[in-house]
Design a binder for this molecule. Structure first.
Ligand code: NAP
Length: 275
């Protein structure tokens, strides 16, 4: 499996399994399906409310902890120095582990009208740096942080963020934020890489998928991979998990990559960190 090396030397799989809503209706089976398909990187968050089911799936799978890459996130209402430490401890307990491979600040602001959001992310980050120093987290990072949010964090940060997980897909490529991160050694990872399915029926996607003899999901994921963007698609069956994993080998021309990168907006979730 392809990996990226984060700025602190930690290896992170280029492809992970997104677990938002992955346990709805079928509990830990959704996670066991991903394991069966060969995924070892799970992206969760306290907000997803599924850390306990993930912990149960890990236990049932018998896969050793060292083989897994487990990422979670501190939610908006859990931010701040003390609260972050408590939230982290609660996530560990629910997941049944004593360390995380990656821990992210889920969103930069607790809400639109929050004052002092800069101070809140600085305090949150200080707690994460201490957990990182103590060996409780192998890598620390951000999610939904645009350049101005990262600039605020950099004012007091001792450890620079290693990753930024952003909504990124064909039709929403956030090129300013991506360029900013890449210039500072921050790995960019795409959430909703399939646009939560909205892109799978787009004629431009269908046409190009047919040209490369891949499925629409494979085209969308393979394209992000060729842009050196890490991906965490969610899928509910072993077959779809396998399909989404088989994306590393087809050659995508530079011309088609530019075409996909420059399409007008489509599939946007409507979620924006400042709105
Ligand atoms: N940091 C954040 O703020 C944030 C926000 C949103 C998401 N995330 C993370 O990113 C992960 C992925 O994003 P997402 O779950 O929103 O959306 P997504 O991965 O873009 O899309 C998931 C949807 O696509 C369908 N799908 C997956 N593979 C398919 C295939 N090969 N063919 C046809 N349909 C397919 C799934 O259907 P089935 O499930 O029915 O198979 C599901 O409805 C999340 O699970 C979560 O871990 C992070």
């Amino acid at each position: 499996m392809k990996t990226y090396t984060l700025s602190n030397g930690v290896e992170i799989p280029a492809l992970g399994f997104g677990t938002y809503l992955a346990t709805e209706g079928n509990g830990k089976q959704g996670i066991l399906n991903a394991f069966e398909a060969g995924y070892r990187y799970l992206d969760t968050a306290s907000f997803y409310g599924n850390e306990e089911e993930i912990g149960a799936a890990i236990e049932e799978s018998g896969i050793s902890r060292e083989e897994l890459f487990i990422a979670s996130k501190v939610w908006r209402t859990e931010m701040g120095y003390e609260k972050t430490k408590q939230a982290f401890a609660a996530s560990l307990k629910r997941l049944g582990t004593d360390y995380l491979d990656l821990y992210l600040i889920h969103w930069p602001k607790a809400g639109r009208d929050v004052r002092d959001w800069e101070k809140i992310i600085q305090d949150t980050w200080r707690a994460m740096e201490e957990l990182y120093d103590a060996g409780k987290i192998r890598a620390i990072g951000l999610s939904n942080f645009l350049p101005h949010h990262i600039e605020a964090l950099r004012e007091t940060a001792r450890v620079m963020p290693m990753i930024d997980q952003l909504e990124l897909h064909v039709g929403y490529m956030q090129q300013e934020a991506v360029a900013y991160c890449k210039a500072r050694g921050i790995l960019v990872q795409a959430w909703s890489p399939l646009g939560r399915r909205a892109l799978l029926a787009e004629p431009v996607v269908l046409d190009m998928a047919a040209k490369y003899k891949v499925t629409p999901a494979q085209l969308l994921l393979g394209f992000l991979d060729r842009e050196n963007i890490a991906i965490i698609p969610k899928a509910s069956t072993v077959e779809r998990c396998l399909e989404n994993k088989d994306i590393f080998d087809f050659a995508l021309s530079e011309e088609d990559r530019y075409f996909l990168k420059c399409l007008p907006q489509m599939g946007w979730s409507g979620e924006h960190p400042d709105l």
